[in-house]
Design a protein around this ligand. Structure first.
Ligand code: AMP
Length: 364
């Protein structure tokens, strides 16, 4: 059972979710609303997703026996993070359908593979080069110019594993500072704004996108998302088209996010793909309260082999992340007219940790 088309769940069936963070938690809640069960697999005993499911597996991703038992308990398997180890994905996909398919993980776990894939589709990205030594970095700077951003090829998130390289910096010190064996150098994009497309692709190949979202980061972490993005309908259509092309080329089933830079260099604004997230995404949280269907439900529908919904946005929607100690103000948000509060049930608010979010909808 590896083909996308073979999955057709019935109410009462069980979705296996790899990863126990807030995304897994919100996926499990969406599954419950559709009469489906969810079983969460996570090595962290404090996983917020464990709180909302009846069955959980707390084990390492390399624990073959635990993976086999988990697979036997569920009807389809999905994931809330892209760094699922290849061996884990292989063991599971031999037993149950894993959606999105495991090839997607290979492409999106490696920034070079991802950029090569996007470029091969004729979709623009920042200029980039592979870097595996200080000399490579010097050569890459010669090719791409400065400023540029040096990123680890794997395991980067929220700006972690990234260094801005400026004119006058010593490439050897920068290379040592990143402390990695393989990296990518990207030209620094002087973007006007950052947007993302949350797209769903069903098992039948149908692609449905949410309205393009505009994202503001603070200290490299998403702070607010606003839908719709303040871009022309023509540019929004291009962004949706890019997401659709990517989803189709990956034979994707489920929800994915495509992060894009909007660049204006005197003429018409253009789009560059920054990153693909093969999962539900923080910039799609507004859909929980701001649209007729959420990204989480849309993902569950897709992997269950059910029809996708056609989302209708309820108005002008803003999502604000509660990061670190900001969550301690939850009482104020609870009394704010029109605000919908989501708290993830995480214990300690560490700096940079996403603790919850708030959605505010201004009806049209
Ligand atoms: P990433 O982890 O690649 O999504 O990067 C996190 C954030 O860093 C992005 O959302 C941008 O705000 C910024 N960033 C990443 N790459 C670039 C780039 N090539 N040029 C300008 N800003 C970037």
């Amino acid at each position: 059972m590896t083909s996308n088309k073979q999955v057709a769940l019935k109410p009462g069936d069980t979705i296996g979710i790899l990863g126990g963070g807030q995304l897994g938690r919100m996926l499990a809640l969406a599954a419950a609303r559709l009469g489906l069960k969810a079983q969460v697999f996570s090595p962290d005993p404090d996983s917020p997703a464990f709180d909302v499911v009846q069955h959980a597996t707390c084990a390492e991703y390399a624990d073959v026996e635990a993976l086999e038992l988990f697979a036997a308990d569920v009807d389809v398997i999905t994931y809330e993070f892209e760094n699922v180890p290849a061996a884990t994905a292989m063991i599971l996909s031999a037993r149950r359908p894993v959606l999105p398919n495991t090839k997607v993980l290979e492409t999106t776990q490696d920034r070079i593979a991802e950029k090569d894939f996007v470029t091969a589709l004729g979709i623009p990205t920042a200029p980039y080069a592979s870097v595996a030594s200080a000399q490579d970095l010097i050569d890459a700077i010669g090719k791409i110019g400065l400023p540029a951003v040096l990123k680890t090829r794997r395991f980067g998130y929220d700006g972690k594993g990234q260094i801005l390289v400026r004119e006058g910096d010593d490439p050897r010190i920068i290379w040592q500072g990143l402390a990695t064996k393989s990296a990518i150098l990207e030209g620094f994009v002087p973007f006007e704004r950052e947007v993302s497309v949350i797209a769903a692709r069903g098992a039948n190949g149908e692609v449905v996108c949410f309205d393009v979202t505009e994202n503001v980061h603070k200290d490299h972490i998403l702070k607010t998302s606003h839908a719709p993005a303040a871009i022309s309908e023509a540019l929004a259509a291009q962004a949706r088209d890019i997401a659709g092309k990517i989803a189709t080329a990956l034979d994707y089933v489920g929800v994915l996010a495509v992060e894009l830079f909007v660049v204006t260099s005197g003429k018409e604004p253009t789009l560059l793909v920054n990153e693909i997230a093969p999962r539900v995404h923080n910039s799609g949280h507004w859909t929980l309260d701001g649209a007729s269907v959420s990204q989480f439900e849309q993902h569950i529908r897709a992997i269950a082999g059910w029809p996708l919904a056609q989302p209708v946005r309820h108005g002008s929607v803003t999502m604000t992340n509660l990061i670190g100690n900001e969550v301690l103000d939850y009482g104020q948000w609870l009394t704010r007219p029109g605000a919908t509060v989501h708290l993830y049930g995480k214990g300690t608010p560490r700096p940079g940790r996403k603790m919850g979010h708030v959605t505010e909808v201004k009806p049209r």
